[in-house]
Design a protein around this ligand. Structure first.
Ligand SMILES: [Zn+2]
Length: 293
């Protein structure tokens, strides 16, 4: 499942071919993805100009000139390919012959500027919807989402306030989308490793008895932001075959310190620990029992 860095990578790959462009033609090959597509979806997009692209949690938000927002969730296997036949170097970077089965090409957007953007989704857990921009915060998909991990809203004071008195472990606390939105299994494991905190430790230990942040809370916030920023810079990668919008396979998975490394030596200098895997809340937790306390 693509995590936040992959979604951000796709967003930034789409930006140069969508922003400032109009949907000239929209080919909709199905009525539904994970959920039904909005009524008259193709008609409502056609002719609209894209003002800008944002991301909220794991949603790509395409702001349109009529005040609507096309919200896109990639689910498990949703991906975009961008073809552009003109010899413009910049847009050429986003061209690749997509070898995916074309029977899973569900939507094709022909943009002014000449790019053809195709949405392919083999397992169809992805979805798209149109929301009035002003209503986003109240929309069922967005209501209740926690803070953006890369925004200033995620800071030690905020995290300690949420953790104070909570009877859950650190891993479950960080995976809770109502607290921090868009953090998934991989980056939670990696951030906890970098912050030298055990995933099994109580979340309440991020706060003092009076609810102020502990040193661990500050360390954890720093490491969440750094690991996500590093992954975005590296192009992000979660699924083995997960591709960037330009078709390049992300390289960040090679840089994971604990995720997927069960039985391998800990990468922290001078630590003699071995990475372990334990099932926690139904997901695999990877950690070093020596340096994560
Ligand atoms: Zn270690």
């Amino acid at each position: 499942m693509p995590e936040l860095p992959e979604v951000e990578t796709v967003r930034s790959g789409l930006e140069p071919v969508l922003r400032g462009r109009r949907f000239l033609h929209v080919e909709q090959r199905r009525k539904d993805l994970r959920f039904p597509l909005p009524e008259q979806f193709a008609e409502r997009l056609t002719g609209r100009k894209v003002l800008r692209l944002d991301r909220r949690a794991k949603y790509i938000l395409v702001h349109l000139d009529d005040g609507a927002v096309l919200a896109i969730h990639l689910g498990m296997t949703g991906r975009f390919s961008v073809r552009h036949n003109r010899k413009t170097a910049q847009l050429g970077e986003y061209t690749y012959a997509h070898g995916n089965d074309a029977k899973h090409d569900h939507l094709v957007f022909a943009m002014s500027g000449g790019a053809v953007v195709t949405y392919n989704d083999a397992r169809r857990f992805g979805y798209m919807t149109l929301i009035r921009g002003a209503d986003i915060a109240q929309d069922a998909f967005f209501r209740g989402l926690g803070v953006e991990p890369l925004s200033d809203a995620l800071n030690a004071t905020f995290l300690a306030g949420k953790a104070h008195g909570r009877r859950t472990d650190l891993k479950a606390f960080l995976m809770d989308q109502r607290i921090v939105a868009g953090l998934g299994n991989i980056y939670v494991c990696e951030a906890l490793f970098r912050a030298r905190l055990s995933p099994f430790k109580g979340a309440a230990t991020l706060a003092t008895t009076s609810g102020r942040p502990t040193a661990a809370a500050g360390r954890l916030v720093d490491q969440i932001k750094t690991v996500l920023a590093d992954a975005i810079r590296a192009g992000g990668s979660t699924l083995r075959d997960y591709r960037q919008a330009n078709g390049e396979i992300g390289s960040f998975q090679e840089a994971f310190a604990v995720y997927g490394r069960e039985g391998e030596p800990c990468t922290k200098p001078r630590c003699r620990g071995t990475v372990r895997r334990k099932t926690q809340g139904g997901r695999s937790t990877f950690y070093c029992p020596i340096c994560q306390r």
